[in-house]
Design a protein around this ligand. Structure first.
Ligand SMILES: [Zn+2]
Ligand SMILES: [Zn+2]
Length: 163
């Protein structure tokens, strides 16, 4: 996790303090080190995994996609529900927002939806490809991960060149 909105760090820190939870307890819960969480709360996200940040945001009901400075509200309530707005993924297998990984020698892509669609827009923030908001296989809403849990298709189709 390189690019961070300092506003998100501050809101997560405030939410953690409001919930009277220590850094070490929260860090263990979301799957990172206390030192990483401490640095994250000071605006340095280099030591914390993106997954841990997403878990933090979910735990404290904070949207990672929300641009800073907009919207009033301010009622931060701890929640574990999936209230994060739907972000699309980039269908371009060569786009840097899609991270390659191998399973049994086959290549897959894990879409980074926060990188491809930070504002809930229509086009990929990295390559300009039209974003997919639904599974191309079955039309179900996209979720985190590389493969649709409804139909089992990988979100990003990759040509398997070797054989
Ligand atoms: Zn892209
Ligand atoms: Zn599907």
């Amino acid at each position: 996790m390189k690019r961070l909105n300092p506003d998100i760090c501050r809101r997560i820190r405030d939410a953690r303090k409001a919930a009277k939870l220590s850094q070490s307890v929260v860090a263990e819960e979301v799957g990172c080190k206390q030192s990483a969480l401490s640095m994250f709360e000071q605006g340095d996200g280099t030591k914390i995994s993106e997954e841990a940040v997403v878990n933090l945001a979910k735990k404290f009901g904070i949207s990672l996609d929300e641009p800073s400075g907009t919207g009033g509200g301010g009622d931060v309530q701890p929640t574990l529900s999936m209230s994060v707005p739907v972000a699309g993924f980039c269908p371009n297998p060569n786009c840097p927002t899609n991270h390659a990984y191998l399973v049994d020698g086959l290549e897959y892509r894990r879409p980074d939806r926060a990188a491809a669609d930070p504002v809930g827009g229509r086009f990929c923030a990295m390559c300009g490809e039209v974003l997919e908001k639904k599974c191309p296989g079955c039309g179900a809403p996209v979720h985190d991960g590389a493969v649709c849990s409804f139909c089992g298709n990988p979100y990003v189709a990759v040509l398997q060149g070797r054989g």
